[in-house]
Design a protein around this ligand. Structure first.
Ligand code: GLY
Ligand code: MN
Ligand code: MN
Length: 434
């Protein structure tokens, strides 16, 4: 394994949290992701479904978790199914979990081969009151491909059409939104690697290098530090491209005088980090670039302070909008009177800052979470305001990740330079990459 997983005690704690959200007599099922095909005999790298990862730590295809807390036989209360290996799989694919290893990692005593799954369902489902089935209820999900979970849901519902079905997703969104201590520690590891990659890029960047060469430096630093790579497709956008919010071509030369916006973050042990930094390709910001940079930095710093227990995210986003309005007036991009007379449902700042300021982060970079309840200690968010001025070919976004503490927040990227002078200094002080 490239990473140190969370402890079995933490996976037990995650399952206990899920059970506490279930009603009496419920039986819950959680499936792995499929290995997605490309074409011919090609496949994409396996990416485990984050819910079963959260509940078991089992990062392997064809695994299933069954929870049936109120059943008579204690052995049936938690069952983990893993893919049975054989000599052929061992030769061609390598190591798969033995039952003992799966128990040690997940803390689940009863591990069966996945081939026993259907027979176990036939035996246990008739004894349960309701089936807790999972579904992707992320607010922005838009997937057209049927997942393994959806396929398995159809199958179990066809086999047991008279059973009551309940949704696991609301329970998962609730419990996953507040991170356990080991999850935060894992995110700190991801953040540390991402920080190293940023420092590497500061030494590397100069006029004429290609955006994909910058991406390669980042990927190199991720892989050599035990990450499996990017938590999401990185945005390496110089000049005008920084104003294209989901720019991922990363195929242009970085020109002298331009600013490059880099939005990247590694995964570590399945946990995401999400950083955005902007650098002057020449090593020094122009006066205008620095003004815009500092405006975004002010909003980031003030917004961060608002992320504390009790804050409602909708209110927070409104407050950040006001902060941004005042910075945009200061930059001469908005007129004070126009802002006063604006339609509150279509505020003028959205011309230059058209995305949200924060999202939950965790096993998914845009993690599931409770958007309509007060912020709580242990929730993790990004803070990522930006100003995009297409007519000036200038886009600045600054993004850090934070964990909410008892009476404030801890910035996980606090050791990674963000002040304009500090990043210039970093660019100019190190000439060689180790
Ligand atoms: N790169 C994705 C985000 O910042 O949300
Ligand atoms: Mn980002
Ligand atoms: Mn983000």
């Amino acid at each position: 394994m490239r990473y140190t997983p969370l402890s079995a005690a933490t996976y037990r704690e995650h399952r206990a949290r899920f059970r506490s959200g279930m009603e009496k007599g419920g039986l819950a099922l959680f499936h792995s992701n499929d290995i997605m095909p490309t074409s011919a005999d090609g496949t994409m790298p396996f990416k485990q479904a984050t819910d079963i990862m959260y509940l078991t730590g089992i990062d392997q295809e064809e695994s299933v978790l069954l929870l049936f807390p109120d059943t008579m036989d204690p052995k049936d209360r938690e069952i983990l199914f893993v893919r049975e290996t054989n000599e052929h799989i061992a030769i061609w694919e390598g190591h798969k979990f033995s039952k003992e290893e799966a128990t040690e990692l997940s803390g689940i005593a009863n591990v069966q081969w996945t081939s026993a799954y259907e027979a176990t369902l036939k035996r246990l489902v008739p004894q349960c009151e309701s089936l807790y089935l999972n579904s992707n209820e992320h607010l922005r999900q838009g997937n057209e491909v049927e997942t393994r979970t959806e396929r398995m849901n159809k199958s179990v519902r066809a086999q047991f059409p008279l059973h009551n079905v309940k949704r696991s997703a609301p329970i998962l969104h609730r419990i996953r939104s507040v991170k356990t201590a080991e999850e935060v520690a894992q995110m700190r590891k991801a953040v540390a690697i991402t920080g190293k990659a940023f420092e590497r890029v500061c030494s590397f960047l100069k006029p004429g290098v290609m955006e994909y060469a910058v991406e390669a430096e980042i990927t190199h630093e991720f892989l050599r530090n035990g990450s499996r790579g990017h938590a999401y497709t990185p945005i390496i956008a110089s000049g005008y491209s920084a104003c294209v919010l989901h720019y991922i071509d990363n195929d242009k030369p970085c020109k002298d005088g331009d600013v490059i916006l880099m939005d990247f973050g590694c995964e570590y042990g399945g946990y995401a980090s999400d950083l955005t930094r902007c650098l002057p390709v020449s090593g020094k910001f122009t006066k205008r670039q620095r003004e815009v940079y500092n405006a975004v930095l002010n909003v980031k710093n003030e917004a961060t302070k608002l992320l504390r227990p009790g804050t409602m995210l909708a209110e927070y986003h409104k407050e950040v909008g006001k902060l941004m309005e005042s910075e945009l007036i200061g930059l001469g991009l908005l007129d004070k009177t126009d802002v006063k007379n604006q339609n509150p449902d279509a505020p003028l700042y959205k011309k230059y800052f058209m995305h949200g300021t924060s999202h939950f982060i965790g096993l998914d970079v845009h993690d599931v979470g409770l958007w309509n309840e007060p912020i709580r200690e242990g929730m993790c968010f990004t803070v990522e305001p930006g100003i995009y001025i297409r007519e000036e070919s200038l886009g600045i976004r600054l993004e850090n990740d934070i964990v909410v503490t008892k009476d404030g927040q801890d910035d996980l990227f606090k050791d990674i330079p963000v002040e304009a002078e500090a990043v210039e200094e970093l660019m100019n002080s190190k000439k060689l990459v180790a």
